[in-house]
Design a protein around this ligand. Sequence first.
Ligand SMILES: CC(C)(COP(=O)(O)OP(=O)(O)OC[C@H]1O[C@@H](n2cnc3c(N)ncnc32)[C@H](O)[C@@H]1OP(=O)(O)O)[C@@H](O)C(=O)NCCC(=O)NCCS
Length: 142
Amino acid sequence: MEIRIFRQSDPEYLLSLILRYKILRIPLGLTFSKDDLAKDADDLHIGLFEGDELLASLILTDTGDHTIKMRQVAVDDMHQGRGFGKMLVQYADDNARKEGYILIHCHARDTAKEFYLKQGYKVVGDEFTEVGIRHYYMEKQL
Ligand SMILES: CC(C)(COP(=O)(O)OP(=O)(O)OC[C@H]1O[C@@H](n2cnc3c(N)ncnc32)[C@H](O)[C@@H]1OP(=O)(O)O)[C@@H](O)C(=O)NCCC(=O)NCCS
């Protein structure tokens, strides 16, 4: 198993789109828009691979002022609950810290709030609705 960083122009990106579609979009009846894909262009993509198989991925987006947003966190449903999400988020936190970021933040689905709390993220503010479901703004000082 290895964690690899990739960009939208790399072949791994297609695998991550498939994973994101299956785990994050289909359950909500969503697809990808051109704007969604355009948003990925400058971002850092991080994946957990077993050989050529992508088991989990997430995206980091620079949001200015030494802050970074973690988004599109997805673990293949065959592999959830095996510590892979934790491994990937810890890697993202460490990588962002090394790159000089001081704060990492995300919009956490209500169903994933406890997961992020366990990784040291804190809820800031009230819940809000995004893509039709309840979310929380969560952040962690790096
Ligand atoms: C949420 C998700 C990223 C977690 O990844 P995972 O690999 O399944 O979680 P892990 O096995 O690394 O779990 C780490 C810890 O968080 C807990 N945890 C994981 N998912 C949880 C959840 N949904 N609710 C509460 N606790 C959770 C685990 O029990 C574990 O606790 P422990 O450290 O005390 O043993 C993954 O299940 C997933 O992709 N879910 C569907 C998509 C999604 O919700 N993405 C996040 C959008 S904001």
